[in-house]
Design a protein around this ligand. Structure first.
Ligand code: NI
Length: 157
């Protein structure tokens, strides 16, 4: 395992739409292992492949000591609403409130290509939404209720 450099907001690759993972091979496993290590190194709750410069639909999340790898994730059901402050390893120190579903069900594949569904509540739901957004080039500062504050303090989109 190795840590990889985290791409920062303002770099164009972070705004691109990632492509589905097709090969569930050693390159993918290496990527996932590196993403986990990079997330831990930076005290993150999640990381998406485009944040380490790989435009493929793979994310890792870790909430309450439970670690998940989601390949080609697709949110199939949401319920309720929740507002909490979020941050992002690509955005530096800013944290802002974002409205997210309280419950999210996601369909995804594991690293071996087996499909599964996962239902998460509260922070897990939030984390899944945040990371899946990254795969479509969306960053939480686009959605934050505190966007004025972010921009006023020199934040870029
Ligand atoms: Ni993020």
């Amino acid at each position: 395992m190795a840590t990889r450099k985290v791409v920062k907001i303002g770099e164009s690759s972070l705004r691109k739409k990632s492509k589905p993972v097709k090969d569930f091979d050693e390159d993918l496993w290496q990527l996932l292992d590196d993403m986990k290590e990079t997330m831990h190194e930076n005290d993150g709750m999640g990381l998406a492949a485009p944040q380490v410069g790989v435009l493929r639909r793979a994310v890792v999340v870790e909430v309450n000591n439970a670690f998940y790898e989601l390949i080609n994730p697709e949110i199939i059901k949401t319920k309720g609403e929740d507002i909490e402050k979020e941050g992002c390893l690509s955005v530096g120190g800013f944290r802002g409130r974002v409205k997210r579903p309280m419950t999210v069900t996601v369909k995804a594949y594991d690293r071996f290509g087996y499909p599964f569904t996962l239902t998460g509540e509260k922070w897990l739901a939030r984390c899944i939404c945040h990371e899946v957004d990254h795969l479509d080039g969306i960053i939480f500062v686009d959605k934050t209720l505190d966007k004025d504050e972010y921009l006023k303090n020199g934040g870029v989109l």
